[in-house]
Design a protein around this ligand. Sequence first.
Ligand code: LLP
Length: 412
Amino acid sequence: MLSYQDRSLYADSVPLADIARKVGTPAYVYSAATIRANYRAYADALDGVPHQICFAVKANSNLAVLRLLAREGSGFDIVSGGELHRVLAAGGDPARTVYSGVGKTADEIDMAIANGIQSFNCESEAELGLIEAIAARHSKRVAFSLRVNPDVDAATHPYISTGLREHKFGIDIGEARDVYRRAAALPHLEAAGVSCHIGSQILDPTPLMEALDKVLDLARHLAADGLPIRHIDLGGGLGVAYRPEDPAPAISAYGQRLRERFAGAGFELILEPGRSIVAPAGVLLTRVLYRKRSYGKEFMVVDAAMNDLIRPSLYQSHHEIIPLRRSDRGTVVADVVGPVCESGDFLARGREMDNAAPGDLLAVCTAGAYGFVLASNYNARPRPAEVLVEDDRWRIVRERETYAGLMRGEEP
Ligand code: LLP
């Protein structure tokens, strides 16, 4: 997606400085070609086994991104009524949409059933009871998977690891068979699958395969019990290389291992990748406001902050920061910080980077996933614009929030 041509940083065939000048900063920029390529990497890697890719909307829910993926044939993984609305508005197919999440409300379940979603990934027996009651009101039979917790260590950041017994997610895999058996007595539910999701930003697929083996074993027992299990939903996709030297696993190699497990297994594979499809396709553009030195420490104050991209503050995550125009001024070791009034407001710490001057533009890389979607209005900062690049063209796919927009719905 990114390349330097004559010292200028391009997203595909568009100079990013053009976008920054016209749209202002901070702004998120996504490459349509990279999103498509990453989606197709999954589709190609799974060619030959029955499968469905359900893009995890939580990673990037911009309507243009969702529409682009819907046109590629993607299904969707949603976790709220809001995400369902976005999928529908983008032209996504509810019949290829799975609904995950530990706390679905009655209204959300009602809306999902009314719109004919494919399947619920249920996380508790209480939730199953509520879905049964609402499905009965609709006189519909509704497909579900139980999200089981396989007690496998995903070896990722503790906030995004979800498959250990102490986590709030899923149902103890050892109890799942009994829960399925009891659910079989509920007339408006159909046990269509088994699901799990052990975590995100997983760089070594081994724990995913370990979880899959446990889930496949359960699915075979359930099928033998006479349940109509059709699919296995293995949750999110692979992690990505935030640092150039990160050992990011290849989607093709992962697909190969999945194909081996699913060949002849008699189940369809559902995957819910988010990050690996959109993270590498996005950058956050920001402008240097000031340079300052305090107690011998170098600070680069930029116009993007933790409210625009919270990942560094929340997960100590690394995003490469590179100049939109390459210079000969060498490098500096600096903290890259935003205008928000918290010491936790930083995009990088102690980073060796381009020795940029006030007014210069920077790109914060690999920001297409869990970037804009986690943006807030903290410090009454309007959320950034979003731009989609298509080869040598680009368009604003979400306007920068206005001050009036910031206060919408409020009464003084
Ligand atoms: N399916 C379920 C049920 C999930 O909970 C998630 C992510 C996904 C799929 C997508 O996983 P992915 O392919 O993106 O790894 N905000 C954090 C990430 C939170 C992930 C939550 N669940 C971050 O910025 O790293």
